[in-house]
Design a binder for this molecule. Sequence first.
Ligand code: MD3
Ligand code: FE
Length: 210
Amino acid sequence: MEDGQAGANGIDLRGARYFPGFLDRPAQEALVAAVRGVVAAAPLFRPETRRGKQMSVRMTSAGAVGWVSDRRGYRYEPRHPSGVAWPAIPTEALAVWEAVAGVERAPDTCLVNYYDAEAKMGLHQDRDEASFDWPVVSISLGDDALFRIGGRERGGRTESRWLASGDVVALGGAARLAHHGIDRVRPGSSSLLPKGGRINLTLRVAGVSP
Ligand code: MD3
Ligand code: FE
């Protein structure tokens, strides 16, 4: 494989498969339009950590279940905090899963994260799903973000990489339980979102009954 070319299997990033520039500009614009529909039905909210602190990232979901967080803990729920059902996962996002996930099963949830210029996400593992046998697929839209990925154990060596609009990462196998986070976004680095900021979509099999 030529240097800098992702190829069909992506570039290895600590066991994750990284596909830089997977989506061209029209495909990114179509996804943003679809996300606007999701947010219109299920508005972004600022989740609370278990300790009652507000997260800086705003979130919502699409699919049979969606991720919520408050003092009762982190979990998947069949409804948005307002009581409405989550909207359907956009077909454009499902197509990305089908292209890179490498599994027959479809995702049952799509988390939408919105980062303004100040937002970040500390190092964590994604452990709220019923099984870790299914990959997570991440789609970045808008401003660049400094992504950090480490190992399964806390406190190990980490590797950082700027994720740009249109980049896709498939996290399966050993990478599925890797610690990861977003250190910061680079405001004004993309013209995709008129008001700036960054959207990250993560497609998952939560595997919990709605
Ligand atoms: C590595 N989101 O929503 S996406 C999250 O850019 C989350 O908004 C970040 O971490 C974001 O939980 C990072 C990349 C990502 C997503 C899921 C993973 C990396 C992962 C699951 C396991 C290991
Ligand atoms: Fe995560």
